[in-house]
Ligand binder design. Structure first.
Ligand code: RAT
Ligand code: ZN
Length: 428
C-alpha cells in the first residue's frame, strides 16, 4: 500500500522519466561558449545562429552560391543567404536547421518569416547579460565547460588581461597544437620565452610542461583536452606519442586533472568551406584501451566521432574504470543517433557514462541542443526502465532521479572532483 505509492507503475513510467529528465539541471561538459566579458568570443543572436558552421555546410547543397562568394559577404548578408536557402526556399528538416526553429519558437520569434527582420529587432532590444540568464534557465544548464585555447591569440590576450569569468563557466586547457601541430605549439612557446625545439630535443619536454603549468595556474581547468584525427594510434613512434608520454600525461598526474580525448576528426576535407570543411573517419579503439591501461592513475574522458566506434568505446569502458565515455559529438548529435548510442551505453554501462554535451558555439544553441538531448535521452531511458519493470522490478521515482542526476552531472563531478582546483565554480 505505502509501497504502492512509491513505485512507478508501467502507465506512469514515461511521464515520470520525461519529467525527471526535463527537471534535472545539467553540467554541459563541452561547449565553445564564453562569458559576456570575452568580447568577440562570446557569440549570441540570430546572425550567429544562422551562420553556424553546421548550416554553412548545408547551404552549398541547397544554393548555387559558391564558397568564395559566400565568404566575401559580411555576417548579416551570410545569414540572409542561409535563411533564404534553408528556411524560406526549403523546409528546415536537418537537425541544425530544426535547432534554429526550436530556439526561435522558445524565444517567441516566428521561424516562418521571409527574412530576419523580426529576429534582429528582438536581439537588438535585449542585453547579453539578461539573455545569458534566460538561456541557461530555458536550457536548464546549471554550469558549463568552455574550450580554452592558449594557442589562439585572441583568447590568450583575454586571459592575460584577466577578464572576469563567472563561476558557472568552467575552464579547460585545449592543446590541439601540442599534439597535432607541434610546429605551431613550438612557435607560440618560443615567443613566450620557453626553450622548446622543433625536434623535441631536451629541454623541450620540461619547458612544454612549464608552459602547461602556467596555463593551468591561470585557467584552473577542469580537464586538459585535445581533438585527435581518426588516424590516431597510441603508442607509435611519432612526436605525438612522445609528447603525450613526456608532457601531457605527467602534467595530468601532477595536477590530478583528467585528460579528454576527442577522437575521429578528418580535418579540412574541403578547405573551401573553412571551419565547415571537416569530416569524420573510423578510429582505433585499441589505442584508447592501451592509453587507459598504461595510465591507470589518469582519468580519461573520451568521445569518438564515428558512429561505428561507439560499440568499441562502450566495450572498452567496461574493461577500464579510468575511462568515461561522453557525449554524442558533432556529426553524432542527431536525435536518431543520440537515442541509439544512449540505449547502447545504458545496456553496456548502466548509468556510468555522460550521455551528452552540447558543443554549443552560440549561446542560444543551448536551448535546442539540450531540449533535443533531453527528449532523446529520455526515450532511451524509458526503454531501459520499461524492460526492467516488465521483468518484474519495482522502480521508484527516486531511483530515476538518482540515475538522471548521475548522468547529467554526478559522473562529471566525480571525474573532475579529485583535482587540485582551489577556488572557483560549484564543482567539488
Ligand atoms: O562541433 C563543432 O563545432 C566542431 O567544429 C568542433 O568544434 C569540435 O566540437 C571540437 O571541439 O573540435
Ligand atoms: Zn567542440
Amino acid at each position: 500500500m505505502v509501497e504502492g505509492n512509491r513505485f512507478v507503475s508501467a502507465n506512469d513510467l514515461q511521464r515520470v522519466v520525461e519529467e525527471s529528465v526535463q527537471q534535472t539541471p545539467v553540467i554541459d561538459i563541452h561547449t565553445h561558449l564564453y562569458p559576456p566579458s570575452f568580447v568577440g568570443l562570446c557569440l549570441w543572436g540570430i546572425d550567429e545562429l544562422v551562420t553556424y558552421h553546421y548550416l554553412v555546410a548545408e547551404l552549398f547543397r541547397s544554393s548555387r552560391v559558391t564558397p568564395a562568394q559566400f565568404w566575401a559577404l559580411n555576417k548579416s548578408r551570410q545569414a540572409d543567404v542561409i535563411w533564404d536557402a534553408l528556411f524560406v526556399k526549403n523546409t528546415p528538416l536537418s537537425e541544425a536547421a530544426a535547432g534554429v526553429v526550436a530556439v526561435m519558437v522558445k524565444l517567441g520569434l516566428d521561424p516562418c518569416q521571409p527574412d530576419l527582420k523580426q529576429a534582429r529587432e528582438y536581439f537588438a532590444s535585449i542585453s547579453i547579460e539578461e539573455h545569458l540568464d534566460r538561456v541557461l534557465e530555458l536550457a536548464h544548464v546549471a554550469e558549463l565547460v568552455m574550450t580554452n585555447d592558449p594557442f589562439n591569440p585572441v583568447e590568450r590576450a583575454a586571459w592575460e588581461r584577466n577578464e572576469p569569468c563567472p563561476d558557472r563557466f568552467h575552464r579547460t586547457l585545449r592543446m590541439d597544437p601540442v599534439l597535432n601541430d607541434w610546429k605551431t605549439a613550438h612557435a607560440v612557446m618560443t615567443a613566450a620565452g620557453y626553450k622548446t625545439s622543433a625536434d623535441l630535443a631536451s629541454p623541450t619536454a620540461a619547458e612544454a610542461r612549464r608552459f602547461l603549468d602556467l596555463w593551468i595556474a591561470r585557467l584552473r581547468p577542469v580537464y586538459l583536452a585535445v581533438s585527435l584525427p581518426f588516424t590516431f594510434v597510441y603508442p607509435d613512434d611519432s612526436p605525438r606519442t612522445r609528447l603525450i608520454r613526456e608532457v601531457v600525461l605527467p602534467t595530468c598526474l601532477y595536477h590530478n586533472i583528467p585528460f579528454a580525448l576527442m577522437i575521429g576528426v578528418s580535418r579540412q576535407v574541403n578547405p573551401a568551406l573553412k571551419e565547415a570543411g571537416d569530416s569524420v573517419g573510423y578510429a582505433d579503439t585499441g589505442s584508447v584501451e592501451r592509453i587507459c591501461v598504461e595510465n591507470p592513475d589518469v582519468r580519461f574522458l573520451v568521445t569518438m566521432l564515428s558512429r561505428e566506434n561507439q560499440h568499441g568505446l562502450c566495450v572498452a569502458a567496461r574493461k577500464l574504470r579510468n575511462l568515461m565515455p561522453f557525449g554524442c559529438w558533432w556529426f553524432l548529435n542527431n536525435p536518431s543517433i543520440v537515442e541509439d548510442v544512449s540505449a547502447e551505453r545504458l545496456e553496456l554501462l548502466g548509468a556510468t557514462f555522460i550521455p551528452q554535451h552540447s558543443d554549443a558555439r552560440i549561446l542560444d544553441q543551448l536551448i535546442y541542443k539540450w531540449g533535443h538531448a533531453r527528449r532523446t535521452v529520455s526515450r532511451a531511458l524509458h526503454a531501459s526502465y520499461s524492460r526492467l519493470v516488465a521483468d518484474g522490478y519495482s522502480l521508484t521515482r527516486e531511483q530515476i532521479v538518482r540515475d538522471v542526476t548521475r548522468m547529467f552531472s554526478g559522473n562529471f563531478r566525480t571525474w573532475v572532483g579529485a583535482t587540485n582546483r582551489k577556488e572557483g565554480g560549484a564543482l567539488p
